[in-house]
Design a binder for this molecule. Structure first.
Ligand code: RB5
Length: 147
């Protein structure tokens, strides 16, 4: 299961990505927002972040105007590795090298086609492990005050 969240700057792109998830029969939970009314992004990022960090969703996708605010906020939740991506290469590496578990997309940056392409890469790329496992564990060590 994938968990989704957006502010007003990302809500329209969230709807576009949902259309793709529906067509691909990928299960998701949408935590809102559901219209264009201005809302603050940090509480939504926190809800999605906790859902992923608690293992209630395999991955998350967050949408705001740029993707930046959502990623900064979501990364405050221990266990979250949120990434802002706008190209295929970084999205692939975010999964294969960084084991990113939340993708943040900019509703004022990306068109629908690109957002869906990045979503496919994010959901379809496995973490490589190996030397990257150690590095991801070192990120967790920072959260635990060990580094
Ligand atoms: C809202 O106008 C905008 O600041 C927000 O969507 C996001 O881009 C923040 O990073």
């Amino acid at each position: 299961m994938i968990v989704l969240g957006a502010d007003h700057g990302g809500v329209s792109l969230k709807e576009s990505v949902k259309k793709y998830l529906d067509s691909a029969k990928i299960e998701y939970r949408d935590l809102g927002t559901f219209d264009g009314q201005s809302v603050d992004y940090p509480p939504i990022a926190a809800q999605v972040g906790h859902t992923v960090a608690d293992g209630k969703a395999e991955k998350g996708i967050l949408f705001c105007g740029t993707g930046i605010g959502m990623s900064i906020a979501a990364n405050k939740v221990d266990g979250v590795r949120a990434v802002v991506c706008d190209n295929d290469y970084c999205t692939e590496k975010a999964r294969s090298h960084n084991n990113a578990n939340i993708l943040c997309l900019g509703g004022r940056v990306l068109d629908e086609e690109k957002a869906i392409a990045l979503t496919k890469i994010f959901l379809g790329t496995e973490f490589e492990g190996g030397r990257h496992q150690r590095r991801v564990e070192e990120i967790t060590a920072i959260e635990n005050g060990k580094l």
